[in-house]
Design a protein around this ligand. Structure first.
Ligand SMILES: [Zn+2]
Length: 339
């Protein structure tokens, strides 16, 4: 526990470390500021095919980020639990797919484990519980703020998830310029995720999702994620700079989204972005006839709300009857969620 604090006080600027953990090592990079401020932990690749974290952290380390005016410290875990861990243990990991309801299962004789289901971990127990415990004890407990970077589907947009009962987390999420913020409680999400467990010990903690997983290069997502990270650091007063006030759209995860389904074949184009607030009757998207490319159907907002996803889930805009083209929800403003 003291080791990280020791490093943060005895080093200045960017330092690379290989951190021993359960007979293995993970990379840890510290950026120590010249004056006091919060300790921000940022992590990536908790899910092995969600490569946004290391892509964003490369931008922090490649010279475009000036660590000189930094107040406080940044602790980067670019590869929390990924290929190496999978290879070490003979596991295969999966991402946060909605169907992945079981904590562990077997596929073709191979154990499949979701690494974001074991926090805060235990000193004794299954290997993943011990691994999560080490991450919690060494890093999360020594941080003030935890930002865990993930990738989602292309149709999901950029969003943050946080505990609905942690006001500092909600305020931070609101500052980052995300498309929307997904408020979670213990029953709406797996409670043993890193960010929900971090907020339980009063850390400001967010799960951040950016479109494009499975090794798709998605430069626009990386830029967006990097800017969100800079916004967070400005909000935390770790770096200088003005924040543009931007009203965020909040969803409550426990409230079911309305699924908007196409009844026809056609080419779908969206007319709104994820999280963009709509009035009843607004056009969310249109379907074009495959014979003459005229508009054959307009998908209309059924009530005042916003899309949590827009577009067909396979990303292929030629759609068939029964395809879901959007999920639509009631939204809340910052004042409404802080009450
Ligand atoms: Zn993930």
């Amino acid at each position: 526990m003291e080791k990280l604090q020791e490093i943060l006080t005895s080093t200045k600027g960017i330092t690379h470390h290989h951190w021993p953990i359960l007979q293995h090592e993970i990379p840890v990079i510290t950026i120590s500021g010249t004056s006091d401020g919060p300790t921000l932990m940022i992590s990536g690749l908790l899910h092995q095919d969600e490569l946004i974290g290391p892509a964003v952290f490369d931008k922090l380390l490649n010279g475009q980020f000036n660590p000189k005016p930094l107040k406080g410290n940044i602790v980067i875990l670019p590869i929390v639990s990924t290929y190496q861990v999978g290879l070490w243990r003979g596991f295969e990991y999966f991402h946060d797919a909605a169907s992945a309801t079981e904590r562990e299962k077997l596929k073709g004789g191979k154990k499949i484990v979701n690494a974001n289901r074991f926090f805060p971990g235990k000193p004794e127990g299954e290997w993943m519980e011990k691994f999560s415990y080490e991450i919690t004890e060494n890093f999360i407990k020594n941080a003030d703020v935890v930002l865990d970077f993930h990738n989602c589907r292309l149709i999901d947009g950029c969003f943050a998830a946080c505990s609905n009962s942690h006001e500092e987390s909600i305020a931070l999420a609101n500052s980052m310029g995300m498309d929307f913020i997904d408020l979670q409680n213990d029953s709406s999400m797996f409670s043993q995720t890193m960010y929900l467990q971090a907020s339980k010990i009063n850390k400001t903690a967010l799960l951040l999702e950016f479109p494009g997983y499975q090794e798709q290069s998605c430069e626009s997502s990386t830029d967006r994620a990097y800017n969100s990270l800079l916004n967070a650091m400005k909000f935390l007063k770790m770096i200088p700079g003005e924040l543009k006030p931007q009203p965020s759209t909040f969803f409550k995860r426990e409230e079911k989204a309305e699924s908007i389904i196409s009844e026809d074949y056609g080419h779908f184009s969206s007319r709104v972005k994820n999280g963009q607030t709509c009035q009843k009757g607004d056009i969310l998207g249109v379907l074009r006839n495959l014979n003459d490319f005229t508009i054959s159907k307009k998908f209309i907002a059924p009530f005042s709300g916003a899309c949590a996803s827009i577009g067909p889930s396979n990303g292929y805009s030629i759609i068939k009857p029964g395809d879901e083209i959007a999920t639509y929800k009631k939204y809340y403003t910052l004042n409404e969620v802080l009450k």
